[in-house]
Ligand binder design. Sequence first.
Ligand SMILES: Nc1ncnc2c1ncn2[C@@H]1O[C@H](COP(=O)(O)OP(=O)(O)OP(=O)(O)O)[C@@H](O)[C@H]1O
Ligand SMILES: [Mg+2]
Length: 302
Amino acid sequence: MSDLILPDYRVQTDAVRNRFARIKKRPVTMEVKGVSKYFSSKHGTITALKDINLTIHKREFVCVIGPSGCGKSTLIRIMAGLEQASEGEVRLDGKAVDKPGPERGMVFQGYTLFPWLSVKQNIMFGLRESGYNKGSAEAEARQWIELIGLSRFENSYPHQLSGGMKQRVAIARALANKPKVLLMDEPFGALDAQTRSKMQSHLMEIWKNIDVTVFFITHDLDEAIYLADRILVLKSNPGEVQEIIEVPIPQPRHPDQFLTAEFLATKKHLEQLIHPANQDDDEDHLNLIRMVPVNDDVGSVF
Ligand SMILES: Nc1ncnc2c1ncn2[C@@H]1O[C@H](COP(=O)(O)OP(=O)(O)OP(=O)(O)O)[C@@H](O)[C@H]1O
Ligand SMILES: [Mg+2]
């Protein structure tokens, strides 16, 4: 990729610039204000997050990338109210978050469906909890099942579904409660590449059709660029904001955009942030010894 002449990832067309201007005028949905998180361990104190600040506007799609252990899951758990910040706070529509709530839907990597409930019953579960009677919960669940294209499977159980189908149900279950924010921690991380790209398109379609703000953690740079309005790049030790990138690719997104100059320019920049060229990290090098005779023809294959 280094031989390609690419535009600067910060260059935006008028359409993209105007879109970001419109996003910034929308009300603020979530605010992360000066959030730090310390964990104590037998080796001392770990600063998992240090002074994280982020403002997310209504219906924005924010992706988070960063090396393993940089605090992505800790941050999303604090946003979900599952964990308390050591310093700072998270606000949702101006109100401090201190516990989980129905206005924040969550989808994680592990399949979290209730195995003893059918697809329809899984989606109805939260609706019943929030006071829907059986008939209206069922009608609502059916609409979601239709939206995720699983009408034929409404009475199937999780073990009868593929990984991709299970995550579609998990997304529908989270969205059925009409959360303001959907918090997703590597939701497609366990899927094969083909299913994963289908799921990205499904999620884009769903997001286009409903009023929800998305906060999405991934390790996959292509996934982040394809999905996000903005990408929060974290670095590790301590987990800090490295950069917040406005993705210069127009919405609505389409898989053809994976090969555009803006896409590649953004990817190149992210690669440089995540894997700096001169990083002297011994763990990244394999200490291989030659396992074949020196006069072999291994060299010729290259
Ligand atoms: N409950 C805990 N107790 C102690 N340390 C923790 C706890 N949870 C997380 N940590 C530490 O905080 C740091 C951030 O962890 P976290 O799981 O948030 O990273 P991550 O970016 O999600 O990593 P990955 O990409 O591997 O999922 C790590 O050093 C981790 O060991
Ligand atoms: Mg994690």
